[in-house]
Design a protein around this ligand. Structure first.
Ligand SMILES: Nc1ncnc2c1ncn2[C@@H]1O[C@H](COP(=O)(O)OP(=O)(O)OP(=O)(O)O)[C@@H](O)[C@H]1O
Ligand SMILES: [Mg+2]
Length: 167
């Protein structure tokens, strides 16, 4: 494993386990109301990062992509993790049925896959986690934290410090 910090809030993962490890390092910094928006395209590693979040919160149940259910809750850890995958959602009015408005920004931590397409209907305060593939290395990813709002800035700084401390 080789989770590396390449700059402030910027990381490089060398394999899927590293991306999970990054999720595990993010988890201790999470507070009720935190929102993470994971972006980066199909199969980039969003669900792997979420597996690490759940594990880092202390929930050891398996995490799969809630593609059909749209939402899965992992509530055996320090705080509940609400995992949304909005890939299959076509219209913003369908958001209501996912239950997202009942929890987003209030209860537990929310992690969204494919949330950016509905950004205007969701929240302005979130930590974006942008995952990119790396040319010439199919197992590597670049991950950048993009904070939106004061709490997200604080969270990004805590994550950065956690990665430095774990190195
Ligand atoms: N460094 C890496 N980090 C994460 N996944 C990686 C990495 N290298 C290769 N992979 C592979 O990429 C895939 C990532 O799958 P994952 O389900 O986490 O992606 P996703 O972004 O959630 O996809 P989707 O958009 O379909 O929900 C897995 O097959 C994994 O083995
Ligand atoms: Mg996924």
């Amino acid at each position: 494993m080789a989770l590396a910090r390449t700059g402030a809030g910027r990381f490089r993962t060398a394999c899927p386990q590293d991306t999970e490890r990054l999720g595990e390092l993010i988890a201790p910094a999470l507070l009720d109301g935190d929102v993470l928006v994971l972006t980066g395209g199909l199969g980039v590693g969003k669900t792997h990062l979420t597996k690490g979040l759940a594990r880092g919160l202390g929930d050891t149940h398996p995490v799969t992509s809630p593609t059909f259910a749209l939402m899965a809750v992992h509530d055996a850890g320090r705080l509940p993790l609400f995992h949304f995958d909005l890939y299959r959602l076509e219209h913003a009015f369908e958001l209501e049925d996912t239950g997202i408005y009942d929890v987003l920004g209030y209860e537990g931590a929310c992690v969204l896959e494919w949330g950016e397409q509905f950004q205007d209907e969701l929240t302005n305060e979130y930590l974006g986690v942008v995952i990119r593939r790396v040319e010439d290395d199919p197992e590597a990813r670049e991950v950048a934290l993009e904070a939106h709002g004061a709490r997200a800035e604080e969270l990004a700084a805590a994550v950065d410090a956690a990665v430095v401390a774990a190195a």
